[in-house]
Design a protein around this ligand. Structure first.
Ligand code: DGL
Length: 286
């Protein structure tokens, strides 16, 4: 299907994906700003975390999930995962007929607008940090004093529903201390799991540091894109939300209730390749 054929597709859903529940922080903003939109969300919980994996592997997983979303007839998609954005965009966007937005460009644009003194900290996964995509995107916007810190424990805390308390506080302190020592004035939540820890993060960062959640900006950019292409769904009825997971559907249902305050329909997602055919026994004829 060509990009031109999308003009009559306003009622089709927007697709979102993440390694787990992190992208629900983007869904949360989308539900507030564009409540009429129908949403399909894919959580690759069975293969989470993405942060420690090689970029090529994360790109392959992302491609599988975008195919799954394509099968649901999405009119646009958001890679609601910084690690997957770093590993797959812009390259993968060329392979799909619908527009695909990612987190990093949006996060960098929001940070460049927000910073007063030009000193920006990024907290993210190991994969996002290693990619160097945030410093690159910020440098292109004229912000060159950028420090990154990998925080692999934080997405796991969010998956376990530990959004406050001593364990979360200690983990956040460990991540922020090196950045606070640099005198940053702006902190980018460079992993979509982190907005769910914003209470603890702002407590540790203190009042002098502006927190940037790239979800706000990516949803604004999605709104502009849908508007420009005549793809906005106009309805007084709220749109539906369907969640899919490669993990335990019941667990994602509970987490959606905790993180979104909403009872969502959850099913098992079929994007992972099926079990491989067993290798033939030695001596067996082919
Ligand atoms: N939510 C993902 C991100 O924005 C990462 C979590 C993971 O390591 O899987 O990068």
């Amino acid at each position: 299907m060509s990009k031109a054929d999308f003009s009559h597709r306003a009622s089709c859903p927007v697709g979102l994906m993440d390694s787990g529940v992190g992208g629900l922080s983007v869904v949360r903003v989308l539900r507030q700003r564009l409540p009429a939109e129908n949403l399909v969300y894919a959580a690759d919980t069975g293969r989470m975390p993405y942060g420690p994996r090689a970029a090529a592997e994360v790109c392959r997983f992302t491609s599988q999930i975008l195919r799954f979303l394509e099968g649901h007839g999405v009119k646009a998609a958001v890679i609601a995962c910084n690690t997957a954005t770093a590993a797959s965009l812009p390259g993968l966007a060329e392979e799909f007929p619908f527009p695909i937005l990612g987190m990093i460009g949006a996060g960098a644009r929001a940070a460049a607008r927000t910073t007063r003194g030009g000193r920006v900290g990024i907290i993210a996964t190991r994969g996002t940090v290693a990619s160097g995509e945030y410093p690159r995107a910020l440098a292109a916007l004229g912000v060159t004093e950028v420090w990154q810190e990998a925080c692999p424990e934080l997405p796991l805390l969010v998956e376990e529903g530990e959004l406050a308390g001593e364990r979360a506080l200690a983990a956040v302190r460990g991540c922020l201390e090196p950045l606070l020592a640099r005198g940053i004035d702006t902190l980018v939540l460079g992993c979509t799991h982190f907005p769910f820890l914003a209470g603890v993060i702002s407590r540790v960062a203190g009042p002098g540091i502006a927190l940037v959640d790239p979800a706000e900006e990516v949803v604004r950019e999605l709104e502009d894109l849908l508007e420009a292409r005549g793809l906005r769904r106009e309805s007084a009825e709220p749109g539906w939300l369907k969640l899919y997971t490669s993990g335990e559907p019941e667990r994602l249902r509970q987490m959606a209730r905790l993180l979104l305050g909403e009872a969502a329909e959850v099913s098992r997602g079929g994007w992972m390749p099926g079990p491989q055919a067993p290798a033939p026994e030695r001596g067996e004829s082919p």
